[in-house]
Write a protein that binds this ligand. Structure first.
Ligand code: T68
Length: 808
């Protein structure tokens, strides 16, 4: 790695200059936020120097460029990560200490941009890191929301959503590029003109806005490659500021155009639960797609001229879920309407360039738009979609008996709606799921008709995580221990972690593994004390479930287990419980009432148990508000049990399961998503698996023979009691009883099979925690999990995308 700074002294001199230039003050007189802004500015500048070299190299080598289109990039804080990736983290920490400052404190000033809901957005960010590490010319294309996903506060146990003004103190990583702005048209009507035997189409009377890009450098580990994340913001076309209105006192009216345009990039929709139909959302989807496609075509044209048929050779367009599904139609539009290609030529190019990842099989989460909304907002794009659909229908041989059903399942336009998943598949040459079981389910059910027709386009790419962020950076004590044992090659190649298996029989090493875990638990306990005022004991088991709140993820099952332990302990003071702190964190979509009620239940139970001296020496419940990348990095390293308890068949992959495994937590989980691959790698004996499997869930549902009441009636003592407690005031102190949860379980017949899996789950938890007192063996299993987790590095995932989908 080329050195950016010769030594500490050189760094200090330049840093002092930066601080002076930005704040007009000497370092000693500045606040931590000034210090952060100056340092981030300086590192961003260093990164841009490398970015220019990367660009040059890509051009001369004629590299294929990969454009990763995602409506979410949950990048987290960048400073520490970039110092690590540039190989100057220790030098900078030392230097700043010499100056009388504290790098940790400076790093804490960085805003944590919440430009994503959960796993999908964080995956996109891990992929950027890995593309840069692998030297791929990979570019993120997304949205710059003025407000991140809402900030979660807890009031009387309830989730309250507050605007997240992440940009209010400035964001030193981004550079606005007004020179690269793209004009985007909405509405209007399609007009045609004849040229010889061809008809050309265009749209007149559109309402236009300007998509303005902001670029963020993406620094790859090793400092060789710096790529770019380009996020689009909406602005009015010219200044349509109405001076007359302003002078007449109508201040809002004077700036109406600006307000209307900026609304498009104001917020990230918190609808991971599949609430659809918002016009602004459709505008967002088109804005970042159209602006991204225009930009990549401009770049291509600069390098290769108008040799459009070469596009698939030099460009890959990857669509992360269906939100960028318009990539195909928009590319068709430009190639035909602006470049004059025929439909067939354009279609050949599009389908060889675009690929698609599916992230969910939940039918309610599959994106659909009313045709009327769509065709009014985007008439020409809609016309192209209509033609795609027409040609697709035409390709069916309707004399075959299976055709009618296949057509119904695969059509893009159906029942007055545009089905974005089907559009994505038809425009792509590759469709992948995000874990083995998920890809199998796609082929066997969700997209089975496509799979029957075009089996070759379906493949699996099991998700991965940035082991540098979520292990090296998040868990410095453990990372140091690992590096002492096996060297630091694992930062570059995570599979080297496997060398740790050689230490599984080394009691002294295992003891140090335990000591590092204890330090991380203390660090989290300090955070919890600061943030929630709650005291938790690092000598108890830290049992962790952190993720979005969703019925299928079954946080409800987890808290019902806690209620059960509580009840049994009160009934019998000799009932033995391994002292445990149950840690929950995560947001619920603002409109998802059930998920929000589960959050309220957890806090209601916490309030009772944490204040009851009969149990609070063995059970504590802790809900950490406002889960985000920065506090996730404190939580994963402190975890000992990783709760991955979704109803089998429902969690596409999960990625917190991988982060927790890598940090040495044992998985308590169902055979779902990537848990199955965790078990394959680390061995079932090193995890705790329970519950129905996917085929068992399917068979039970199909039988029609599942009755929630029967399950509860067969165990009045434990389950019956818990069900009663939802209504009888036991946990109602903060803000009332939990009727809707009771209703879901008992009157909606427990759709997610919480009651069905309850006993097998509680038994598995009890057996697992019973093994905790043998610290050496526990630490051995923890170390084994870490050792086998390297395969889950997103470097591996990205190499598979590169070799098998992008051919870059
Ligand atoms: C998650 N999906 C999957 N969606 O649930 C998870 N959806 O199993 C998987 O590991 C992860 O994707 C990565 O593949 C999501 O996170 C969303 O956040 C989302 C957001 C908007 C609309 C729909």
């Amino acid at each position: 790695m080329e050195k950016i700074y010769e030594n500490k002294e050189q760094f200090i001199e330049q840093y002092r200059q930066h601080v002076r230039a930005l704040s007009g003050k000497e370092f000693e007189d500045t606040s931590d936020i000034d210090r952060f802004t100056a340092l981030a500015n300086m590192v961003a500048g260093d990164a841009r120097v490398i970015a220019a070299k990367t660009d040059e190299r890509n051009r001369t080598e004629g590299k294929k460029r990969v454009y990763y289109f995602s409506i979410e990039f949950l990048i987290g804080r960048l400073l520490d990560n970039y110092l690590l990736n540039l190989g100057i983290r220790d030098l900078v920490a030392d230097a700043i200490a010499d100056m009388g400052g504290d790098l940790d404190e400076i790093e804490r000033q960085e805003p944590d941009p919440a430009l994503g809901n959960g796993g999908l957005g964080r995956l996109a960010a891990c992929f950027l890191d890995s593309m840069a590490h692998e030297g791929i010319a990979g570019y993120g294309n997304g949205m710059r929301y003025r407000y991140g996903l809402f900030k979660q506060e807890i009031v009387d146990g309830r989730q309250v959503e507050v605007a997240d003004e992440w940009l209010s103190k400035g964001y030193p990583w981004e550079v606005k590029r007004p020179d690269k702005a793209v004009r985007i048209g909405f509405g209007g009507h399609v007009v045609s003109r004849q040229e010889g035997d061809r008809t050309f189409y265009s749209v007149e009377g559109t309402d236009d806005v300007l998509a303005v890009p902001y670029d963020i450098p993406i620094v790859g580990y090793g400092g060789e490659t710096v790529n770019k994340l380009r996020c689009w913001s909406a602005e009015p076309i010219d200044d349509h500021f109405d001076l007359d209105a302003f002078n007449a006192g109508d201040y809002t009216g004077a700036d109406r155009d600006r307000a209307n345009a900026e609304a498009i990039s104001a917020i990230l929709y918190p609808n991971d639960a599949g609430e659809h139909g918002r016009l602004l959302r459709l505008k967002q989807e088109y804005l970042f797609v159209a602006a991204g496609i225009r930009t990549l075509l401009d770049t291509f044209e600069r390098e290769h001229g108008k040799a459009w048929n070469e596009l698939p050779r030099y460009v890959a367009i990857h669509t992360n879920d269906t939100h960028p599904a318009m990539c195909g139609p928009e590319l068709m539009r430009i190639l035909m309407d602006e470049e004059g290609l025929t439909w067939d030529d354009a279609w050949e190019i599009v389908t060889n360039t675009v690929s698609y990842t599916n992230h969910t099989i939940l039918p309610e989460a599959l994106e659909k738009w009313p045709i009327s909304t769509f065709s009014t907002l985007l008439p020409r794009v809609y016309q192209i979609i209509d033609e795609i659909n027409r040609r697709w229908r035409e390709s069916f041989d309707m004399s075959k008996p299976e055709s009618a059903e296949r057509l119904r399942a695969t059509a893009v336009l159906w029942d007055g709606e545009v089905r974005m998943a089907n559009l994505s598949v038809i425009c792509s040459h590759s469709v992948n799921g995000v874990a083995k079981i998920h890809s199998d389910i796609l082929k066997a059910s969700t997209l089975k008709d496509f799979a029957a027709m075009r089996p070759e386009m379906f493949n699996n790419k099991t998700n991965g995580i940035s082991h540098r962020r979520f292990f090296a950076e998040a868990n410095p004590t453990y990372a140091k221990l690992v590096t002492e044992a096996i060297g630091d090659g694992w930062l570059d190649d995570a599979r080297e972690l496997e060398k740790l298996t050689a230490f599984e029989g080394d009691p002294a090493f295992l003891e140090r593994v335990g000591a590092s875990k204890l330090a991380n638990k203390q660090r989290l306990a300090d955070y919890v004390k600061r943030e929630c005022g709650l005291t938790i004991d690092p000598n108890t088991v830290f049992d962790v479930q952190v993720k979005r709140f969703h019925a299928y993820k079954r946080q409800l099952l987890n808290i019902m287990k806690v209620m059960d332990l509580y009840n049994r302990r009160l009934a019998d003071p000799n009932f033995k419980i391994q002292p445990t702190t149950f840690i929950f964190s995560g947001k619920a979509a603002s409109s998802y009432t059930f998920a929000k009620e589960v959050i309220r239940l957890i806090n209601g139970v916490a309030e009772v148990i944490n204040n009851d001296p009969r149990v609070n020496d063995v059970i504590k419940v802790c809900f950490i508000p406002n889960f985000r990348v920065s506090n996730a990095q404190l939580i994963y390293p402190a975890a000992e049990i990783s709760e991955q308890i979704s109803t089998a068949g429902k969690e596409a992959s999960g990625t917190s399961n991988m982060k927790l495994m890598m940090n040495g937590a044992l998985t308590l989980g169902t055979m779902d998503g990537a848990n199955i691959e965790i078990v394959d790698l680390a061995g079932r004996e090193n995890e705790a698996i329970f519950g129905l499997t996917t085929p068992e869930v399917d068979a039970l549902r199909a039988s029609g023979q599942y009755f929630a009441w029967d399950v509860v009636n067969s165990d009045r003592a434990r389950l019956g009691r818990i069900i009663d407690q939802l209504l009888d005031g036991t946990f109602a102190g903060l803000s009332g009883n939990f009727e809707s949860i009771h209703h879901e379980l008992m009157f909606n017949n427990d759709y997610d099979l919480v009651l069905k899996d309850f006993h097998s789950y509680v038994d598995a938890w009890e057996s697992l925690t019973a093994t905790y007192p043998d610290a050496q063996d526990w630490n051995r299993r923890a170390l084994h999990n870490t050792a086998m987790s390297g395969w889950f590095s997103s470097d591996r995932t990205i190499r598979e995308y590169r070799d098998e989908i992008w051919h870059a």
